[in-house]
Design a protein around this ligand. Structure first.
Ligand code: FMN
Length: 354
């Protein structure tokens, strides 16, 4: 239904109009989620940090910025949802138009700049969550705030949502808030983490793909040092040749993969979580991530182009793989070591053309 009816209609509208209309519909008719998609089979449960996701694929931040449609997305087949980026006060974001489709490249470009209804209006949305599908709060600073002020803002948001959100993500990696990416720095992050402690819930740092290896290692080290649950890699990338803002989807895929596969290599068998995001749009991409030692991941752009079919495909293929390899459930697969997992994927891919 999405590919034949909904998408052709939505794609006649400007991207942000289509987004707003979809979110309003999802808010008013949450039951539509169960018609368009399927809740996850219990065999797909995956432990991510302290939480049990209903499947290893989550909704990336930015689609449900104001926690308006949690019941809709929970029924659709996402294993976890991330709402936000949430700012302390309401702000409008950058001037429109600020969201563009790049259909030939199965990509999007946006320069939203954290439009947010503000914490007070958003916090109630978290009451609608069901505990089957964990819901995270992605939090960020207001456009005009100094680094010092931003620490106070992030602390207030975290404290207010402490009992409402299942996990937290600190977003210092959007390219659309001036100076934000400069906060991907050991000095600032150490101060921030000290202020935000203790961490009762899972907490992640979301990072950019436009980092060199030294910068990446610094972020990895400081996050491990402060016992964060993990990193979410990556946010959108800057491609000035495509216009201002951040690019997501197919065009981001190889940059994001380079970043999260490097992190997975450093992490080895440690408990530290790496949630992959950036251009994941097919079952082949999922297998590539799992072969590299990854587990959980998020999608945004591929969901815009493929809709709930994307999730149904992940469900179908994963259950098929479990059945063919005689594994009882997906967690058993993730509990194996990397070499054993690679051998199972090899065995499975040899039997199936992707
Ligand atoms: C229109 C749009 C808005 C976004 N807004 C946010 C945001 O508010 N906070 C955030 O952390 N990431 C945001 N993102 C980034 C996504 O969460 C994700 O990291 C990125 O798009 C890469 O994944 P993808 O290739 O699957 O889209 C946004 C992405 C898009 C396309």
């Amino acid at each position: 239904m999405y590919s034949s009816l909904i998408k052709p209609f939505l794609f006649t509208l400007p991207a942000e109009t289509a987004h707003d209309l979809s979110m309003e519909t999802a808010h008013l008719a949450p039951w539509l989620g169960g018609i368009l998609g399927n809740e996850n089979d219990l065999k797909l449960k995956t432990q991510v940090g302290k939480l049990s996701w209903s499947a290893p694929w989550g909704l990336a931040a930015g689609l449900d910025k104001n926690a308006q449609a949690i019941p809709f997305f929970s029924k659709l087949g996402f294993g976890a949802l991330e709402c936000g980026t949430i700012t302390l006060d309401e702000q409008l974001g950058n001037a429109k138009p600020r969201m563009f489709r790049l259909p030939e490249e199965q990509s999007l470009r946006n320069s939203m700049g954290f439009p947010s209804r503000g914490l007070v209006k958003i916090e109630n949305g978290f009451h609608t969550r069901t505990h089957k599908v964990p819901v995270g709060a992605n939090i960020g600073k207001l456009k005009e705030s100094s680094p010092l002020r931003s620490i106070i803002e992030l602390k207030k948001i975290k404290n207010t949502l402490e009992d409402k959100a299942d996990y937290f993500v600190i977003n210092v990696s959007s390219p659309n808030t001036p100076g934000l990416r400069h906060l991907q720095d050991r000095g600032y992050l150490s101060e921030l983490f000290k202020e935000l402690r203790p961490f009762h819930k899972d907490i992640y740092l979301k990072i950019a793909p436009d980092l060199n290896e030294g910068q990446l290692k610094e972020l990895y080290d400081v996050s491990c040092e402060f016992n964060l649950t993990g990193l979410i890699a990556t946010n959108t990338t800057m491609m000035p040749e495509k216009g201002s803002g951040g690019v997501s989807g197919e065009l981001l895929k190889s940059r994001a993969y380079d970043i999260y596969s490097k992190l997975l290599e450093w992490k080895g068998d440690d408990k530290f979580e790496i949630i992959a995001v950036g251009g994941i749009n097919s079952w082949a991409d999922v297998l590539k991530l799992w072969r590299a030692g990854g587990k959980s991941f998020q999608v945004y752009t591929a969901f815009i182009y493929q809709g709930p079919e994307l999730l149904k495909n992940f469900q179908k293929q994963t259950l098929h793989m479990l059945e063919q390899t005689e594994l009882n459930n997906l967690q058993t697969f993730f509990n194996l070591n990397k070499v054993q997992r690679q051998s199972i994927i090899k065995q499975w891919t040899q039997k199936h053309t992707l």
